[in-house]
Ligand binder design. Structure first.
Ligand SMILES: Cc1cc2nc3c(=O)[nH]c(=O)nc-3n(C[C@H](O)[C@H](O)[C@H](O)COP(=O)(O)O)c2cc1C
Length: 146
């Protein structure tokens, strides 16, 4: 069975809600999903042993949350090359964080990324629940064909 790790960074919980829905989508597909808050990640060893990595942060003042920036520097040491990747985050109007995370995973870590980052204003409005679960399904599907 494949294994996915979801690491999220949130201030008011919305990005955590999205992370939980992505995890649901992964699990529905028969793949294991582990969810952790970026604040409990200590070093690159915590990233060992997964087939896919999904990193998420909310956007504040046009940027990802500081803890996620730090986590990306930790990830640089984890040799994620060729691993499946995706990114997500809650946002209000501009939503820079998920795209920045996605580009870092793609161009710096050289990961095998899904179609694009997932940006949601809320985990419940306008079909967002299904979109987040579908994102999880997309991650699981990529694990299962590789
Ligand atoms: C002080 C402040 C600054 C924000 N800056 C941005 C921003 O630059 N771009 C954006 O898209 N959303 C911005 N937002 C909206 C948050 O990204 C949004 O509320 C999001 O749902 C928070 O997610 P979280 O609950 O995971 O922290 C800002 C919110 C606050 C309170």
């Amino acid at each position: 069975m494949g294994k996915a790790l979801i690491v999220y960074s949130t201030r008011t919980g919305e990005t955590k809600n999205i992370a939980e829905l992505i995890a649901e989508g992964i699990r529905i597909s028969g793949t294991k999903a582990t969810l952790i808050n970026v604040t409990s990640l200590k070093n690159e060893k915590d990233l060992d042993g997964y087939d896919a990595y999904v990193f998420g942060s909310a956007t504040y003042h046009g940027e990802m949350i500081q803890g996620m920036k730090k986590m990306l520097f930790i990830s640089e040491k984890a040799n994620l090359e060729g691993k499946i990747g995706g990114s997500f985050g809650a946002f209000g109007w501009s939503g820079e964080a998920p795209g920045r995370i996605f580009e870092t995973m793609k161009y710096i870590f050289k990961m095998d990324m899904v179609s694009g980052p997932l940006l949601l204003k809320s985990s419940i409005l306008g079909g967002a629940t299904v979109m987040a679960q579908d994102y999880g399904r997309e991650i699981a599907k990529k694990i299962n064909v590789s």
